[in-house]
Design a protein around this ligand. Sequence first.
Ligand code: CIR
Length: 268
Amino acid sequence: MRLAIVRPLPRSFLSALKKNTPGEPIDWERAHQQHETYARIVAQAVPHVITIPADESFPDCCFIEDTAVVSGSDIVITRIGAESRRGESEAVAEEIAKLAREGYSPRIHRITSPATMDGGDVLQMGDHIFVGLSERTNAEAVRQLQTFLPKRKVTSLPVADGLHLKSVLSAFSDEILLAADSSPARLMAQAIMDALGAKARCVYLPDTIAANVVRLDKTVLIQAGFPKSEAILRSLAGEEGLRVECLAMSELIKADGALSCCSLLIPR
Ligand code: CIR
């Protein structure tokens, strides 16, 4: 991984969007600590981490994954599906423009109206890009993405459960898909497996939230607090020679945040 971009929680995080009202309200201090720990662990695994200051007018701004899709040397700035979040991409686009002046010059594209897309709906495995059609991401965005990335195989599929495609699945590696062991997630995973072909395999996890992991070169970040899923992931990591970092994200989960949503990763 070449660099990661993170964005801390604003005080307004308590008003972040939520699909369901949490049983216990969000504890801001704990949420802040959980995010700080996440950022520290990312910084141990990635040589360069950029922190964009939080913006109080965007309660969800810590969920930076949704603002852009990075694919090789292309960066696609998204047009976020939720109107209250739409401005979040601007600070990220500005930061990326600064990087270009420092010698990192990706090709930059922009998803434009009427398309909407959240990075949480985009799963990359090798040359394949899977895009979830969800409440946040529409078919026009998929069409624009394929035009920007002509060498990638872009496939869309309906999100049958959860907020985003990656709310119920993620890539452990280019050949290993992780998915929640529920019927909607199994259907979505099967569509992905059909496109990936015989060299890929899917590992199902008993806890939905645990199916979202972050792979940083030789490290994998997983959710703490889900022992059955953790045992499966630790065994998988052992097979692949990876270091496991187990992170508690209970307060971010209350605002539908998983692990991947808290960083924007730029590969080598
Ligand atoms: C939202 O509803 O947009 C935020 N509360 C959660 C976004 C999580 N993003 C992600 O998993 N990529």
